[in-house]
Design a protein around this ligand. Sequence first.
Ligand SMILES: *Cc1c(COP(=O)(O)O)cnc(C)c1O
Length: 231
Amino acid sequence: MSYIENNLNEVRTRIAEAARNCGRQTKDVTLIAVTKTYGVDVINEAIDLGVTDIGENRVQEIMEKYESVKPVRWHLIGHLQKNKVKYIIDKVELIHSVDSFELAREIDKHAKKHDKIQKILLEVNVSGEESKFGIRPQECEELCRNISELENVKIEGLMTIAPFVEDEKILEAVFEGLKKLSEDISAKGIKNVDMNHLSMGMTNDFQLAIAKGATMVRVGTGIFGKRDYTK
Ligand SMILES: *Cc1c(COP(=O)(O)O)cnc(C)c1O
């Protein structure tokens, strides 16, 4: 068994275990294999092993890899600049990192040109760390209402990145916070806004995130190993 096959099996087992432990179904949690810094051969190997969704955090990397990667759903999970929307609009299934109305409007504009309704998540900085992108939780409702007016953008849920800590209490509070926020928004019944998805949980914390309601987990290192940023 290859290194990646072995890792993938382990991640899938742990997803199934976390889902079972809280009475959820494995199929309700999508594994997004985070492929940043990895080459197309490795990515195609993962796809051959059944990976259906991959996540990249840089527009540039999506463009470099797109033609050589086998058919798969692409997710943009990193910060997106307005001037780069045009490069990825025809390529991505879901943009996880929308954090302003101006960005959503730019996405709407380009989605229109491609006759597409672009699905997005709003990135929320639940932990309040200054270094993080994302809106503050209290800004979420208003942003949802504003974006709901855009015809070619569809809000499908929320995304967060937990702080890089080991304290499970802190991590759980962040995941619970996002879940609670999505329930609050959902209860407002804003047209054209659905809270179907919670994108939360990475290699170190995806089981906790699943216990708190994650429907998408973004796992890189756990599948592909340590990233080499020197290349
Ligand atoms: C890199 C990255 C991940 C994956 O992180 P791992 O710890 O390697 O699993 C998840 N989400 C985002 C937004 C990332 O940039």
